[in-house]
Write a protein that binds this ligand. Structure first.
Ligand code: DQA
Length: 140
């Protein structure tokens, strides 16, 4: 699963100087194509709702499915998302389009990082591509 949190559905319109001009649909297509080439069946989902994201993390844990997770702003304060990630039964890779460590100080903390397998940030859509290739390797 590739799970994207709040406001990522607005990619292309949202702060293009930070997040680029490509849309969430284009990101989903890139993830599916990367997955196909790497032998993964990729399911891309986006929600602005913390509860829905947590439900999807429960579903991944129950199914033993690896996750590429961009919790968006929830990264910085959601202990509920962190606790759901901590239940994972397969690798979870945290991704960010931008490099939060190089931005405002409130973005320097990720409450999710301590419970994920790895974090990839600052590479735009490349963060997702590298995360999917890592999952293919980890699950081979
Ligand atoms: C983000 C970084 C977060 O700080 C921000 O709230 C987002 C996107 C990223 O992908 O760069 O919504 O997760």
């Amino acid at each position: 699963m590739v799970l994207n949190g709040p406001n990522l559905g607005r990619l292309g319109l949202r702060e293009p100087e930070v997040y680029g001009t490509a849309t969430h649909g284009e990101l989903a297509a890139l993830c599916r194509a990367t997955g196909t080439a790497a032998g993964l069946d990729v399911d891309v989902r986006q929600s602005d709702s913390e509860a829905e994201l947590i439900g999807w993390l429960h579903e991944a844990a129950a199914g033993g499915l690896p996750v590429v997770l961009n919790p968006a702003a929830l990264t910085h304060y959601s202990y509920a998302v962190r606790d759901a990630v901590a239940m994972a039964t397969a690798p979870v890779i945290e991704v960010h389009l931008s490099n939060p460590g190089a931005r405002e100080s409130f973005r320097h903390v990720s409450v999710v990082t301590p419970v994920v397998t790895a974090t990839i940030a600052g590479l735009g859509f490349g963060s997702y591509r590298h995360a999917l290739l890592a999952i293919a390797e980890l699950t081979r």
